[in-house]
Design a binder for this molecule. Sequence first.
Ligand SMILES: [Fe+2]
Ligand SMILES: [Fe+2]
Length: 285
Amino acid sequence: MLLVPGQIVKYAFYVLEKYTTQTRDGYEYGVLTLSSNSTLKTAYVWEGHREILKSISEGDNLYVVAKGVETKNGVGLRILMVSQHIDQKLDAKRRIKWRKLLEILDLIRDCHLRALINYFLVRKDFLEAFVTSRAGFERHHTTEGGLLDHTVSLMELALLMIELHKPFYLNRDLLFTGAFLHDIGKTECFRAINNIPLLRHPEAGLIMVNRAVSGIDNFPNELAERLYNIVAYHHERPRHTKKVRIPECIVISHLDALDAEIDRIKRIGGRIKKPRELILPKENF
Ligand SMILES: [Fe+2]
Ligand SMILES: [Fe+2]
């Protein structure tokens, strides 16, 4: 693979080696030696490198989006997005969803949000739960893999809103990241004993996002607060506090409810007894 500076590479690689090192000014970063078709590439991870490298093992198969950068030893890769390469583990339908998810995440430009996304995409245990969990037990996306289906639908709806409403005044990167992370708490709370969640999924998700943000150096506080707002309040307004929902949270909340409702109608539509069943949700999950 011939590489020139500035070139964008989207490719699957095996990890041969990983380590952290420092610039002359003392900035720490991660280095991966990647292999594909007997060619070796050196890749550099900047934002969030410590947690990202912790989750990557030698021998892992990674999907990488990276930019060619000039180094003293030739052209290397600066990692923009990195994920465990799980295509082979998914059936054809889910593989399409997974690729769509990566495609939309790749539109994000903010380097801190990219670091946060990479934090989740390289974690094998998280991905395993994320692509197999359901999004609900009764109301919507109730089959295995439903969480992935619902998340990708929400991200596609967000993309559609941005395209329909130009100029779009909300933060696009925040909207996509929020859509990706809004229900991740379900990967944890559905594993609780006898399917009885120990925490509601917005709270479980908030803990997960907070833990991830704490592992990324210099993650801006205000950006973190805005993300917490989306994850914590995508179902209901803040109570017992003066906080309000940010506009991105309100948009996600509406699109989320719409996607859940359409799926519920699709699911019960074929076996309804009373028309009221289509109108009134049985639960407010
Ligand atoms: Fe939710
Ligand atoms: Fe949702």
